[in-house]
Design a protein around this ligand. Structure first.
Ligand code: ZN
Ligand code: ZN
Length: 639
């Protein structure tokens, strides 16, 4: 889940300081009306400052009107600020409009209040009006209006600030760093940032945001580490940067550091951390965050609820996902989508379909993401008729144009069910150019249904159009390997090398005692490597007793049978399962997350392990969840 955070508005600089009521007024402030004694405005000013409620403020306002002091520049400025700080922007604007000659302080307050509420266009408009009225802005006016500036107008203001000599002001400079950072001009932002003699927390945070949103995490981290006193916004930016750019483990490490530094997480923090937990399958940490939300008064709104549903279902606990979902008072389409997708990836297609119907009945309209979720559900259990119905109703009933992802789901559904010709036909007739994922799906089905001729035709097409990716080559290589055509395998490998495609390595992870342990195929880096491998030996002994025969056609390389068997034995998911068996309590559930699709040999072995060891094993692979219990899998061997 991506969140946009306006850093500067989260920590606004202090309001422009009005001249004290007692001091001699600067030239921009007209002299106080002579009808009142000097003591009266002073007393009223301190009354406004100490007013405790809106009623109180209204009484003071009435008193001002009675005494003819409502045009007093300092008093009307203070009143204007007090109204807006109580959320009464309208009253504040009305008061401003009554001023015959508003001061730069009043203009600045008006601009700042609008910028703070995200009313950026209005803020910019007031700035332009102010300049048109011949009022010269001060540094606070600049720093306020910069928050509302897109890059181009920000650049124009930069020039103006140079001309008027405000560029050395730290607030103005921070505002400019933020403008360039938001606009994606990292180099300019960095140059301004480096030239600041003293860096404020706001400018540091703006700089980290600039890097972390562009995925330049190393640079972001260098700036982050420079900050001695980090506030929650600063931690959030760095944690979210890691979570959104494929470093969920780093996000969790940093989150722990944030807690030990005594900084209290807020809603933004938990959204990032829950996303990281979901990516890693870190159920225990996810549960801890859930209880932290409950115990620390973080509001359980639609965003947080949805993030929890998403985390629980991705971590393999559909039961918890459902509990949270049912407890949500307000469910928007995003919340419904995450529940439907949760059912879909766990293979509970009927529940997904049922939830879809309940959603429609409750008056929430599906969007394009809903259809991705529901078509995924259909494809995981081969519901061809339902799939076509949903696909057609999308356009006809809901007016949603199918995107490449929807076609992808349909091709997946048809080709996995063996309707390869129908799938091929759909691809050829698509209104959008099919992408490598769709071709890869077809290719995968060709392997499953041993359609070598069609596979070769597709592969040739892909290589010719430069659409082939690592998955394409692997699948083609698989097809050749399965039919024992080692020359074909070698040909693909040469093609892969010459096209510079790097094969993604299989990697499985498991969470034990709140730590995520990762394994690559044949990995021996883990401190408990010896115990893990002796557990694997033990498993292999039992497998023999169960008359298990390894599916060596899964091995790509041209090896002898004994060697092939050995390379299957050390697939990453088996190492993770073996580690799970030796380091968790007997009878407890083992949860594995794998980055690629689980191979059919490991799938078979995992079924047997669940039977032999009396363990439930939940495995999330690239496509879906597999729940292995008592020797069988929830996918019904259809994945
Ligand atoms: Zn495997
Ligand atoms: Zn399965």
């Amino acid at each position: 889940m991506s969140m946009s955070m306006s850093i500067v508005s989260a920590t606004p600089p202090p309001p422009p300081p009005p001249p004290p009521a007692t001091a001699k007024s600067p030239s921009v402030v007209p002299p106080a009306p002579t009808t009142a004694s000097a003591a009266q405005p002073r007393r009223l000013a301190s009354l406004i400052d100490s007013s405790t409620s809106l009623d109180h403020l209204l009484q003071i306002h009435a008193a001002l009107l009675r005494r003819g002091l409502h045009h007093h520049p300092i008093l009307s400025f203070k009143l204007q600020r007090s109204y807006s700080s109580r959320g009464r922007l309208r009253s504040s604007v009305a008061l401003f409009n009554c001023s015959s000659e508003p001061t730069v302080y009043q203009w600045t307050a008006l601009i700042q209040d609008h910028a703070h509420l995200g009313l950026h266009q209005q803020a910019l408009l007031y700035f332009v009006q102010m300049m048109g009225d011949g009022i010269e802005p001060n540094a606070f006016t600049f720093s306020s209006v910069l928050k509302s500036c897109p890059l181009e107008s920000g650049k124009a203001l930069h020039c103006l600030a140079v001309k008027l000599g405000f560029c050395s002001d730290p607030y103005v400079r921070t505002g400019l760093v933020d403008v360039y950072a938001r606009g994606g001009e990292i180099v300019s932002a960095r140059r301004l940032f480096d030239s600041m003699p003293e860096k404020s927390l706001v400018s540091l945070t703006a700089m980290i945001t600039c890097y972390a949103k562009h995925g330049e995490l190393k640079e972001a981290r260098v700036v982050f580490d420079e900050i001695l006193e980090r506030d929650v916004v600063c931690w959030n930016v760095m944690i979210d940067g890691y979570a959104q750019h494929g470093k969920p483990d780093e996000a969790l490490v940093l989150f722990r550091q944030m807690l030990s530094a005594g900084v209290r997480p807020n809603e933004v923090t938990v959204l990032s951390v829950l996303s990281a937990c979901g990516q890693l399958g870190a159920l225990e940490v996810g549960r801890w965050i859930h209880s932290h939300i409950q115990n620390n008064g973080i509001q359980m709104n639609a965003h947080v609820g949805t993030a929890l549903v998403d985390m629980y279902s991705k971590c393999g606990s559909l039961e918890d996902a459902l509990l949270v979902f049912e407890s949500m008072n307000h469910k928007d389409v995003v919340a419904w989508n995450s529940m439907i997708l949760g059912y879909a990836i766990h293979g509970s297609s009927q529940c997904a379909l049922g939830t879809f119907n309940t959603m429609c009945r409750s008056g929430v309209n599906p969007n394009d993401i809903t259809f991705i979720a529901i078509l995924t559900a259909c494809s995981h259990t081969g519901l061809i008729k339902e799939g076509w119905d949903f696909f057609n109703s999308m356009k006809d009933k809901y007016g949603i144009q199918p995107k490449i992802e929807h076609y992808g789901c349909m091709v997946n559904l048809l080709s996995r069910a063996g309707n390869l010709e129908e799938a091929y036909q759909l691809v050829k007739e698509m209104e959008i150019e099919p992408d490598a994922v769709i071709w890869g799906t077809l290719l995968g089905a060709c392997r499953l249904h041993a359609k070598t001729a069609l596979a070769e035709k597709i592969a040739e097409f892909l290589v010719g159009k430069d659409l082939a990716n690592c998955g394409t080559y692997t699948l083609l290589s698989n097809i050749y390997a399965a039919s024992g055509d080692w020359e074909g395998v070698a040909k693909v490998r040469t093609l892969m090398k010459s096209s510079g495609v790097v094969k993604e390595k299989g990697c499985s992870s498991i969470e034990v005692n709140n730590r995520v342990h990762e394994f690559l195929a044949g990995d021996k880096r883990h401190p408990k490597s010896r115990e893990i491998y002796s557990m694997l030996d033990e498993i292999n002994g039992w497998l023999k007793a169960y008359n298990y025969r390894a599916q060596t056609e899964m091995v790509l390389h041209d090896l002898g049978e004994a060697q092939k068997e050995q390379s299957l034995e050390v697939h990453s998911e088996r190492l993770a399962i073996a580690f799970g068996l030796i380091s968790t309590e007997a009878g407890s559930t083992i949860r594995i997350v794998k980055n690629l699709r689980v191979c059919s040999d490991c799938h078979e072995v995992t079924k047997l392990v669940s039977l032999m060891m009396g363990r439930k094993i939940v495995m999330r692979d690239r496509n879906r969840f597999h729940h292995f219990v008592n020797g069988s899998c929830s996918c019904g061997d259809y994945w």
